[in-house]
Design a protein around this ligand. Structure first.
Ligand code: GLN
Length: 546
């Protein structure tokens, strides 16, 4: 029988429920259990695909092409269970499916209500995650307890224990235990209140994970336990980590969360082995190199907008035991201040994906700078399209070249919609989404990095390289080192005469993991480390020989 863990959050948002849920998933996997992760989001958008990265951070894409919440990125990076469309539902999707059923007359004329129709729909998407091949499903409920939007989800998870037996369900609640400077005290009242709200709707949490800046004393834990009706050992401290997010799972082990969960749910499990994670932290704490990477994007000031990109750079850093400094550069600033001024100190330049014209010229300038100065460059999706535009303009002599996404009248649309897509445009849904194969050219940098001849990577874009320009680009030295298996779509471009200049039409950042850095990120960061150390050598005063 599959066991279910429901993770809720209280007091404030942004407590890191996603990271804590993912860490718990990882710990249970390290105990030999088969885990699946799911996120239920209370907002009404049907999926986050159309939400602004300003508000919602990056849109995370799965193999099956679903556009999901970025917490699914944490899940994939920390655990190994496959994630699919079923792993992320929003209020919008739930209502949509209930309303569609109503339209088809599936409710036989009954009045359709939040309870039981919406809650039944929620329970069915939770139940769908279980099965013979899964020991534990961890379902995270987005939002904060007390929000109007969360109520149907909380009611559904309350009923769930009723349906499958209380012993098969564990409720874990994340709260904040703030420190008040004036009183020099930790305050437990917000936690009491938020647990109170949960209990009002019939959920007694089994475990409280308390986010805090300062350690929680035994007396304070006893107090929380007493007021919230849980044993003291179920009050878990999760102190802020200023060093790295990879400390989170280790600190949860120190606070015995995994032990408590397996005991409570009666899960058969082997002893915990988290050596790979402690090794990882060791490498992170003892860097042998330093490297600086500029990420030039439209949403540079928003730290979640390129979440997976930053994570992937960090993974590559850990792989090479290098301390990475990431500079977030606003592409429109380059248009104003110039690439030289903003980018000269960096050992590598990365341009991530994006939509919309703002900042595109700044990206093109950044690429020219990287290409001409021999600085390692990695372009991703829009970053690749900008690399093509830059090469067309400054090397192939097509001065007005552009993407037809940004200039409908350009004489040289080197990036465009393909004919077959133009027809689909009228019907909507033109995005190329999800995992697709790429064949790698012999003796290319791409093939060398992957160590493979073909790969599967995730896509999320509409526009493509315009094949009518292929020969012209080739004659001027650009290599098309990755294409779709039939050769019709350009997936990777590189410059063989440059130390490391490679750009991909897909999103490799969705497949990088802390314990398994993505080969292209690893290759890029390695090239940047080399450049950095050469620069360092040049800067060292010559040792006088006597
Ligand atoms: N806007 C570009 C396109 O739709 C690139 C998309 C992206 O970078 N994800 O093709």
């Amino acid at each position: 029988m599959t066991k279910h863990i429901f993770v809720t959050g209280g007091v404030v948002s942004s407590l890191g429920k996603g990271l804590t849920s993912a860490s718990l998933g990882m710990l249970l996997e390290s105990r030999g259990l088969r885990v699946r992760m799911q996120k239920l989001d209370p907002y009404i958008n049907v999926d986050p695909g159309t939400m602004s990265p300003y508000q919602h951070g990056e849109v995370y894409v799965l193999d099956d092409g679903s556009e999901t919440d970025l917490d699914l990125g944490h899940y994939e990076r920390f655990t190994s269970g496959a994630l699919t469309r079923d792993c992320n539902y929003t209020t919008g999707q739930i209502y949509l499916s209930v309303i569609e059923k109503e339209r088809k007359g599936r409710f036989l004329g009954k009045t359709v209500q939040v309870i039981p129709h919406i809650t039944n729909e929620i329970k069915s998407v939770i139940a769908r995650m279980g099965g013979d091949d899964v020991d534990v499903v961890i379902t995270e409920i987005g939002g904060t307890v007390g929000d109007i939007e969360s109520l149907p989800f909380l009611e559904a998870i309350r009923q769930y224990a009723q349906d499958v037996g209380r012993e098969n369900v564990l409720y874990m609640h994340l709260t904040l235990v703030p420190y008040l400077k004036a009183a020099d005290e930790l305050k437990t009242k917000p936690t009491q209140h938020s647990v109170g709200q949960l209990r009002e709707i019939g959920i007694q949490p089994d475990v409280l994970v308390c986010r805090c800046e300062h350690p929680i004393s035994r007396e304070e834990r006893d107090k929380i336990a007493l007021f919230c009706n849980v044993p003291t050992e179920a009050v878990i401290e999760e102190k802020d980590k200023d060093f790295s997010i990879y400390e989170v799972p280790i600190s949860l082990v120190d606070n015995k969360l995994d032990e408590l969960v397996v005991k409570k749910l009666g899960l058969p499990s082997r002893a915990l082995d988290i050596t790979p994670w402690t090794d990882l932290l060791h490498r992170l704490r003892n860097p042998r190199h330093e490297v600086s990477i500029a990420v030039v994007g439209k949403y540079a000031e928003h730290k979640d907008a390129y979440k997976s990109i930053y994570e992937s750079i960090d993974h590559a850093g850990m792989h090479h035991q290098a301390q990475v400094r990431i500079g977030r550069i606003q592409s429109s600033d380059i248009e104003r201040e110039g690439a030289e001024r903003l980018l000269s100190g960096f050992d590598g330049i990365l341009i991530p994906g994006g939509f919309g014209e703002r900042g595109v010229e700044g990206k093109v300038q950044a690429i020219r700078f990287a290409r001409e100065r021999g600085i390692p460059f990695f372009g991703i999706c829009l970053g690749m399209q900008c690399a093509v535009i830059e090469y067309a303009r400054n090397v192939c002599g097509l001065e007005k070249a552009h993407s037809s996404e940004f200039d409908k009248d350009t004489p040289d649309p080197v990036i465009c919609l393909l004919d077959e897509q133009q027809n689909v445009t009228q019907m909507g849904g033109t995005m190329r989404l999800g995992s697709q194969p790429t064949l790698l050219a012999d003796e290319s940098k791409a093939q060398q990095c992957y160590g493979l001849d073909d790969v599967h990577e995730r896509h999320r874009h509409r526009y493509e390289f315009n094949n009518t320009y292929r020969d012209q680009f080739r004659e001027h030295g650009m290599q098309f080192s990755g294409t779709s298996p039939d050769g019709s779509l350009v997936e990777i471009v590189e410059l063989p005469d440059h130390p490391w200049f490679l750009a991909v039409q897909y999103h490799p950042e969705f497949k990088s993991k802390p314990l398994k850095a993505h080969p292209l990120f690893a290759g890029f960061v390695e090239a940047a480390i080399e450049r950095g150390s050469r620069k360092h050598e040049r800067e060292q005063p010559a040792v006088s020989q006597r």
